[in-house]
Design a binder for this molecule. Structure first.
Ligand code: AMP
Length: 113
């Protein structure tokens, strides 16, 4: 199933892209929940975390490394940040193409908010 993230990858709809390489794309979230809110996605369309396979392990590692690199480049890595992935309805997933949310620039609480 094609999602809007595939359209962003293919430049069929615009996004504010902050990083791109052969495997990964990162762009600002259109509805930010923090001063910095970046989505980091694989170019390979994997619908949910439940659909991961062994062959995707390096790719998922690369998503996390990209999150840390962006946090360092944007200067909030030492202060800290939150990285998360939602899965399916109870997780709050709305776009069925896996993505990390990289959020920074404010204090987060746990477990809520
Ligand atoms: P999730 O709810 O975890 O599936 O996250 C989907 C995220 O995509 C939400 O935070 C939305 O704000 C974001 N989003 C939806 N459409 C766009 C878009 N066109 N460009 C950037 N971010 C988007």
């Amino acid at each position: 199933m094609t999602t809007l993230f595939t359209k962003i990858i293919n430049r069929e709809i615009p996004a504010d892209i902050v990083y791109e390489d052969d495997d990964v794309l990162a762009f600002n979230d259109i509805n930010p929940q923090a001063p910095v809110h970046i989505l980091i996605i694989p170019k390979k369309p994997i619908a949910t975390l439940n659909d991961l396979t062994e062959e995707d392990l390096a790719l998922v590692g690369r998503l996390h490394l990209t999150a840390a690199n962006i946090a360092k480049q944007q200067g909030f890595a030492e202060e800290g940040y939150r990285v998360l992935m939602n899965c399916n309805e109870h997780g709050g997933q709305t776009v069925y193409h896996i993505h990390l949310h990289l959020m920074g620039g404010r204090q987060f609480t746990w477990p809520a908010g």
